[in-house]
Design a protein around this ligand. Structure first.
Ligand code: ADP
Length: 484
């Protein structure tokens, strides 16, 4: 049983304990304490009390405490990777990498916080000093999704703490295990600086979002929940960062390295069973490259190893829950009824005979009206569309209301320039999809989100700005009353 962590104390939470399910076996592999509104309130109160001191901790000291988080994560790398695989189903091989990235994120923001500074700006008159000062916001609510529980926690927690905020973390319902276990990674911090509260989104998440003492909501999840949270944030004008869904396009030009494009399409489409917000969800291929590319993609897809994340050889791992798989099935069925052709997959695989798998599916004969091409599918599905020319590919890639990531495969500099200027996406990749960079801001346009995580933007998001004007000598100004 794993407990909540509030004010550096383990607490059982006032809800009914909940099971943790391994998507590869569908078995219950653990129990976690479950919070309700009362626990959310207690966590916010602890974070609020801790903020008074934490905001005054010198930057160098804070940096040291963040580096210690990174050190502890690395020291627990194998345990954390195994736990992540157990509750998310994803590959142990990848999870080892994600633990390292999460640790690096704490190292990165430790240093950014250490070196961050305001600035001196020109004053209106001599004898004055004008400064731009940065200040932490206060209590931040970090509301997390289930696909990358540790990495996306790090993207929020590291900059929030480095900026001097205190945080209440709410993991997703499916993946509380690793997050609650992080108590051991955070117990060197002053009490109340980090609080971990599992619970239902509409209960604990909602309470945090409505709480008047929460100054910012940092959220990754669905568009619908993001929209709802933004409406709630409006009541107190809370700051809000939203990282929502995507329907990321891949454009392959005939001049591209087609072997690289095929391998990238398969990897970018099926990684983590397609349950990545920036996975490739639509591919547009210039007509001359279409047949050879499709053939190669099918060949690669047919040779993928479907299996549990605990086996390092597994390439396509299970989906998180049957409900999520149902959405994928719905998208595919609707597309097939409307004339799409599935060349691989299109079904639950016979093997493994347990776990929430879906076979990697490559489709053609799709059109932009199909759900599969409009809404986020979030499964191992890759629709491929031939297009007459590059401009058509760009135009179709920009259709729809998402704008998270996009990838172009081309070696033509003119096309790359046209693409980077035209594409409506926050994460723009050329010949190398799904690359995140701690220094590179991550986020979406249109309904894919608001604000950015990572980079300097992802640090600024957790800071308030003050403009200070100081008349050093003082004295009466000619424009004050009484009028002269
Ligand atoms: P997904 O479809 O990826 O599960 P959700 O948006 O439903 O995305 O969930 C993302 C996170 O948002 C989870 O931690 C979930 O518990 C939380 N959540 C869901 N509904 C609400 C809500 N009404 N208020 C606050 N948080 C919520």
């Amino acid at each position: 049983m794993r407990d909540l962590w509030i004010n550096n104390q383990r607490t059982s939470g006032s809800g009914e304990p909940q099971p943790v399910i391994d998507p590869a076996t569908t078995e219950v592999v653990g129990q976690v304490a479950w919070g309700t509104e009362v626990d959310a309130d207690r966590a916010v109160a602890a974070a609020r009390a801790a903020f008074k001191e934490w905001r005054r901790v010198p930057a160098a000291e804070r940096a040291g405490l963040l580096h210690e988080i990174a050190r502890r994560m690395r020291a627990s790398k194998e345990t954390l990777a195994v736990e992540l695989t157990m509750e998310t189903g994803r590959s142990i091989r990848k999870n080892r990498g994600y633990v390292e990235w999460a640790a690096e994120c704490f190292d990165y923001y430790a240093e950014l916080g250490r070196h961050h500074r305001g600035r001196v700006i020109p004053s209106p008159e001599p004898g004055q000093l004008s400064l731009v000062l940065k200040a932490p916001l206060g209590v931040v609510a970090a509301i997390l999704p289930w696909n990358y529980p540790l990495l996306l926690l790090a993207w929020k927690l590291a900059p929030a703490l480095a900026a001097g905020n205190t945080v209440v973390v709410k993991p997703a319902e499916y993946t509380p295990w690793t997050t609650l276990g992080l108590q051991r990674i955070f117990d060197h911090l002053p009490a109340g600086v980090v609080n971990l509260v599992s619970g239902d989104g509409p209960v604990v998440g909602e309470r945090l979002a409505r709480h008047p003492d929460v100054r910012m909501i940092a959220f990754t999840g669905s568009v619908e929940t993001g929209q709802h949270l933004m409406r709630l944030a409006a009541d107190d004008l809370k700051r809000i960062n939203l990282e929502l869904g995507g329907k990321d396009p891949l454009i392959v030009c005939a001049d591209a390295d087609l072997e690289a494009a095929a391998r990238a399409a398969v990897w970018g489409g099926f990684l983590n069973a397609g349950q990545v917000c920036t996975s490739i969800e639509r591919a547009f291929v210039e007509a001359p490259a279409f047949e050879p590319l499709l053939e190669r993609i099918l060949d690669l897809t047919r040779h993928l190893t479907i299996g549990p994340g605990s086996d390092p050889e597994s390439e396509v791992t299970p989906m998180i829950r049957p409900q999520e798989r149902e959405k994928v099935i719905r998208h595919i069925e609707q597309a097939l009824e409307a004339g799409a052709v599935a060349h691989t997959g299109g079904a639950i695989p016979a093997e493994p005979d347990r776990g929430y798998y879906y076979a990697p599916t490559v489709l053609t004969e799709v059109d932009d009206d199909m759900l599969l091409m409009r809404e986020e599918t979030f499964g191992p599905v890759l629709p491929i569309v031939p297009v007459d020319d590059f401009e058509t590919a760009l135009e179709r890639a920009n259709r729809g209301h998402y704008g998270l990531g996009a990838t172009l495969f081309s070696r033509n500099a003119r096309r790359v320039k046209r693409y980077m200027e035209t594409i409506e996406a926050g994460n723009v990749w050329v010949n190398d999809p799904l690359i995140d960079n701690l220094a590179g801001p991550f986020g979406g346009m249109k309904r894919s989100g608001l604000g950015r995580e990572l980079g300097e933007e992802g640090f600024e998001a957790f800071l308030e700005t003050k403009h200070l004007h100081w008349e050093i000598e003082g004295g009466v100004k000619s424009w004050w009353y009484p009028w002269d």
